[in-house]
Ligand binder design. Structure first.
Ligand code: NAD
Length: 511
């Protein structure tokens, strides 16, 4: 049988190389790896495979640009103008970007387009934020003025995953560059294509050479990701990926006492109470787990449903899951495309088989009809899932959902909190007090009440427990990418009418 093929985007490069100090370069040892298209599962391009020596060259370029270049010393307004130009260019190339992203990752084209728009918005947002930034200043009565001097830190190492790659890269690049740092980006090896568009965008926008560096390749020991984490001249690592990888990076960064931001995995609950708007809850929970092919860190992949509406919910949910349109990623009517890579496809399929042993299958459970090749999994719904089931506890990261009944509010909360993860939670009820109480007690970094996953860029993003450490988003990103130096100015011995000569406890040094 002939393998399915998707439409190749125009203007594909011949190969994907590193970009160091304003130049496209091959790996120093000449090594490359194949990149697959997830529909045909055939290699369509070669990418340079970075190792320690390539990371060393990229970090040296970033360090030089930081120490000698204009970037960290520019006024925020000047950097902000360049960042707005980046946003303009990303917007104007949205179609090309989305076509490449969709071809490389298997994401449905309409969703890839949305992600490209969000990437532009990330740059615009941080361009505005650094200009609007205010910092604290304190008067120590009659003695001192103390103020905060915010400074970029140096070379930031950015390590990103393969789900929504371009958007997630923008999320780190925006604040890291807006605050005056220089960066080395190590994109995910499954999806390096869209990252290869950044150098052209940055050059056109006026980012000086050396400020942005890109090293492609793998993450494991001896490869690019690991070498970036262990490089002594990289004081910051912003990482998004699996919790297990986060633990390894945490250990490898420990001897250097690096600043770490960890956005990790999830197994987020969507809790539907009997008094919920059922139609809205079903639509949102379908979208919440099947959009982005289910390869979404905040996917509501465990749905907890109150007993009184359980049977109706299950019946309607399964029917709707069967109507989700599986298709070629480039087709604008496609709602679920192909999973990113055969390795990931095997992982998701193994969970489908595990689920069949653990629970009752009511939709999907294998390849969708008409998609005999490519990394296709039909939207899959398991019900009556027990809390100790692996499909309840473990992140599957595909179009697979576990539905579990509950009776009381207490039981719902207990079930919601009953995994090692704590990224997001979604609550559906018409009782505001219940929703509010639940939100305050659920172990999740982000909670949506009667709402789809829509996030204002000013809000903190991040998880608790195994879902992450630290928060990015809004000012939290600015905090992560800057040092906050406290400067204490002595005003001399000033006589204060209340305290007299300044020897009071508050004015004495601590520590
Ligand atoms: P992954 O952890 O396998 O890889 C992520 C990145 O880390 C890749 O670039 C990889 O090459 C690199 N890497 C791997 N080992 C490394 C090491 N030892 N040192 C340094 N770098 C290393 O994750 P993935 O499979 O690409 O992405 C899926 C995961 O990402 C899921 O768990 C998902 O929930 C999570 N994710 C989280 C968020 C969030 O914001 N919390 C967002 C998106 C994805």
């Amino acid at each position: 049988m002939a393998a399915l093929q998707d439409t190749k985007p125009e203007n594909l490069p011949d190969s994907i190389r590193h970009y160091i100090d304003g130049e496209w370069v091959d790996s120093i040892d000449g090594d490359t790896f194949d990149v697959l298209n997830p529909v045909a599962n055939e290699p369509y391009i070669k990418a340079a495979s970075g190792k320690k020596a390539d990371i060393e060259a990229a970090v040296a370029a970033a360090k030089k640009a930081f120490e000698e270049g204009p970037w960290p010393k520019m006024l925020p307004r000047e950097r902000s103008r360049i960042l707005h130009r980046i946003a303009d260019i990303v917007e104007s190339r949205g179609d090309q970007l989305a076509a490449m992203e969709s071809y490389d990752s298997g994401l449905p084209i309409t969703q890839a387009l949305g992600q490209a728009r969000r990437a532009a918005e990330n740059f615009r947002f941080f361009a505005d934020l650094v200009v609007a930034q205010t910092d604290d200043a304190y008067k120590v009565p009659g003695r001192q003025v103390n103020y905060v001097n915010r400074k970029p830190i140096g070379v930031a190492g950015l390590i990103t995953p393969w789900n929504t790659p371009f958007m997630l890269e923008s999320w780190k690049l925006g604040p890291a560059l807006a605050t005056g740092n220089c960066v080395v980006l190590k994109p995910a090896e499954f999806t390096p294509l869209s990252a290869s568009l950044w150098p052209g965008i940055f050059e056109e926008a006026g980012v000086p050479a050396g400020v942005f560096n890109l090293v492609n390749g793998f993450g494991e020991e001896g490869y690019a990701g690991d070498s970036l984490v262990k490089h002594p001249d990289v004081p910051l690592i912003s990482f998004t990926g699996e919790s297990r990888t986060g633990q390894i990076i945490f250990g490898n960064a420990a001897p250097y006492l690096k600043g770490l931001s960890m956005e990790l995995g999830g197994k987020s609950p969507a809790v539907v109470f009997e008094d919920a708007d059922l139609e809205a809850a079903i639509n949102a929970t379908i979208f919440g787990v099947f959009s982005l092919n289910g390869e979404r860190c905040t996917a509501g992949s465990r749905i907890l449903v109150q007993r009184g509406i359980y049977d109706e919910f299950v019946e309607r949910y399964a029917a709707q899951a069967k109507r989700v349109k599986v298709g070629l990623p480039s087709d604008p009517s496609t709602e679920v495309g192909a999973l990113v890579h055969p390795e990931h496809y095997e992982k998701v399929m193994s969970y489908v088989e595990i689920g069949k042993q653990e629970a009752r299958l009511v939709a999907g459970g294998g390849r969708p009809e008409g998609f005999e090749t490519g990394n296709y999994v039909a939207p899959t719904v398991f019900v009556d899932v027990k809390p100790d089931a692996r499909i309840f506890q473990e992140e599957i990261f595909g179009p697979v959902v576990a539905i579990t009944p509950f009776d009381t509010d207490e039981e719902a909360l207990e079930l919601a909190n009953n995994t090692k993860y704590g990224l997001a939670a979604y609550i559906w009820t018409s009782d505001l007090k219940r929703a509010h109480n639940f939100a305050q007690n659920v172990e999740a970094g982000m909670v949506w009440l009667n709402s789809n996953n829509v996030r204002d860029l000013r809000t903190p993003f991040g998880g608790v427990k195994a879902s992450g450490l630290g928060h990015e988003g809004g000012y939290r990103s600015i905090d992560f990418y800057t040092d906050q130096q406290a400067v204490h100015i002595n005003l001399g011995e000033v006589h204060n009418p209340v305290f007299g000569k300044q020897e009071d406890a508050a004015a004495k040094a601590d520590g």
